[in-house]
Design a protein around this ligand. Structure first.
Ligand code: SF4
Length: 334
């Protein structure tokens, strides 16, 4: 059994590793200053004064990023949240069309940031190189310890970094977790067909999820569960970085949960029926909320297909894609 000192050293090392990962992400974004709340600063000071703990690489990583106490109101500054104790949260009613009720996952250990993101560092690197650098940070991420423990791998995103259209889903499911690519199951196959109907291919767009790890399920349970707001909040900065690097002309949010994750709102605050079909905006980019393909698989009504298609035609228009007469008439009742 580890002594109290050994346990504390191990926990501090883990905290430093998390901070190191986060600092790497900040530097990638071009941030050179981190604003901290008093609580976070006190936590860091405690870690820094622990004499019996070897200085890990993570602390060295932070040293090239200036850390100063937060003086601006929360939400207007980049915050480095202290690691919170892992807590269980109550399961929430499943509003997602394709996912089961949540089995009360643990809260993420830390949040990279819930504040507005800084511009990504503009260097001579291509979008593909910058995405690859980000992927290297996301791959070993363990900010949500419970998801890191249950995942097969992180599911970063796939497609053309120079695309005009980017699709955003909620989280990887079992198939995506196995293959490491978003939207590869039955819903993914339908998404591929929807993209083909637009006159382009899957390789022409970029596809990513708000959450990069599959939401964990109780042992022996099959299927997928809806991600918790706290999980999506923790992972959202990675998606924000992907969007900032790619700078698509238009974003498409697939399903209500993806919109909730992008907006950072609690389930039940918005409805897809009110939002879909009308452009909103995310980080200055037009965002079209539409049905998740899993919903369209279950609801085969031609009226629902037509609604989704009308949303996609609006997306095509913003992306500058031609729309033929034949395309205009898809899914119209004869
Ligand atoms: S869900 Fe996102 S933030 Fe959480 S462990 Fe996975 S990659 Fe990290």
């Amino acid at each position: 059994m580890p002594s109290e000192t050994e346990a504390s050293a191990s926990s501090a090392t883990e905290v430093r590793a998390l901070l190191g990962d986060y600092a790497k992400m900040l530097r990638l974004r071009g941030d050179r200053t981190v604003l901290l709340g008093r609580e976070a600063l006190a936590t860091l000071e405690k870690l820094a004064s622990a004499k019996d703990i070897a200085r890990p690489a993570a602390q060295a990583s932070l040293s090239s990023t200036t850390v100063r106490p937060q003086t601006q109101p929360q939400g207007h500054a980049m915050s480095l949240a202290p690691v919170a104790p892992v807590q269980r949260v109550a399961p929430q009613q499943d509003a997602s069309p394709d996912r089961k009720a949540s089995p009360a996952p643990a809260e993420p250990a830390a949040s990279p940031s819930s504040s507005p993101r800084a511009p990504v560092a503009q260097g001579s690197e291509s979008k593909a190189e910058r995405l690859e650098a980000l992927r290297k940070i996301v791959t070993p991420c363990r900010l949500c310890e419970h998801l890191a423990a249950s995942r097969t791998q992180t599911v970063f995103g796939v497609g053309n970094p120079d695309c005009d259209i980017m699709f955003v889903g909620e989280a990887p499911g079992a198939d995506e977790d196995k293959q490491g690519e978003p939207f590869v199951g039955a819903a993914g196959q339908l998404l591929t067909k929807m993209i083909a109907a637009m006159g382009i291919t899957r390789a022409d767009v970029y596809i990513a999820n708000v959450l990069k790890c599959r939401p964990d399920m109780p042992a022996g349970a099959s299927g997928n569960r809806k991600p918790q707001p706290a999980e999506m909040r923790t992972c959202l900065p990675y998606l924000q970085e992907q969007i900032a690097i790619i700078q698509p002309k238009v974003l498409v949010a697939l399903g209500l949960t993806a919109i909730e994750g992008l907006r950072g709102v609690q389930p039940g605050t918005i409805t897809l029926s009110k939002m879909r079909g009308q452009f909103t905006e995310f980080e200055g980019i037009p965002l079209m909320p539409t049905f998740h393909p899993a919903y369209l698989l279950r609801n085969q009504a031609i009226t629902e297909k037509r609604k989704a298609w009308e949303d996609l035609m609006k997306v095509m228009k913003v992306a500058g894609l031609p729309i033929s007469e034949r395309q205009r008439n898809y899914f119209l009742a004869k």
